[in-house]
Design a protein around this ligand. Structure first.
Ligand code: ZN
Ligand code: MN
Length: 256
């Protein structure tokens, strides 16, 4: 088994060979979105890709090129789209990209496909893309394609919550550019993190509803939704290993 998992680095012959062995094909999906002062715009893309590639090595899967744009950043989960560089797709565009990629993979014989999402706001547009692809494939007579879709951070084990947030866990929606993502970036791509300028603001407090256009005064000025202050590469390694375990387990069970 070759250690190469990126589809873009393989020949068609090799892809054909691995699909004939029923390899799972993982499609990571990220975003180009502000992540505070201390992290780059590509965090969701880098982390979804890192987890997909590490997981693929374990289960002999292939990894398709990441979809590097996501649905529009929302204030309560990503800070919102007013930060320079934050570049969101319309829902129909993201849906269409996912639909096309899933259909094309299936057309060439991938029967087990996984969408590994790194960006909160993508969720239902990925669902819609998968649903439309499966409908189209059925109409074309291909009815044995199965897809698992998950956020890599979907399941955070209790022991991880106790380790990282012994006092209070702000919840995953506020973990934007905060302890979790910052720690993982320190493990995966430390050269892209500048902890010296990490904000130390209190967690954002949002009401339980959205207003359009958004009220920017509710979003912390830095764009981080809770504090990354205690981030370490060791936490990052723990989180990456935990999520690679969770994702590979989900894929092997969901696509058994
Ligand atoms: Zn993020
Ligand atoms: Mn995001």
């Amino acid at each position: 088994m070759s250690a190469r998992v990126r589809m873009s680095e393989l020949s068609w012959v090799e892809v054909e060979r691995r699909l004939a062995r029923d390899a799972i094909v993982i499609v990571p999906v990220g975003s180009l979105e502000q992540h505070g002062h201390h992290l780059p715009l590509g965090v969701d893309t880098f982390l979804a890709t890192a987890i997909a590639e590490r997981g693929a090595l374990r289960i002999a899967a292939l990894v398709a090129p990441v979809i590097p744009y996501g649905y529009k950043s929302q204030p309560r989960t990503g800070g919102g789209d007013h930060f320079p560089g934050t570049t969101g797709l319309d829902g129909a565009t993201l849906t269409g990209i996912v639909r096309d990629v899933v259909r094309e993979l299936a057309r060439h014989g991938a029967k087990r496909i996984a969408i590994v999402d790194g960006h909160y706001e993508n969720e239902m547009f990925l669902t819609e893309g998968v649903d439309l692809a499966i409908r189209e494939l059925r109409r074309d007579g291909l009815d044995d394609t199965r897809v698992v879709k998950l956020r890599y951070f979907e399941d955070v084990p209790e022991e991880t919550i106790r380790l990282l947030w012994p006092d209070n866990y702000p919840g995953m929606a506020l973990e934007h550019a905060a302890l979790m993502e910052t720690s993982m970036m320190l493990h995966v791509a430390p050269e892209l993190v500048d902890l010296a300028i990490a904000p130390d603001e209190p967690s954002a407090l949002f009401p339980g509803y959205d207003v359009y256009p958004p009220d920017r005064s509710l979003v912390p000025p830095s764009g981080a939704l809770s504090s990354p202050g205690r981030a370490t590469a060791q936490f990052g390694e723990h989180l990456v290993e935990t999520f690679v375990d969770a994702v590979t387990t989900a894929l092997t069970r969901g696509l058994a």
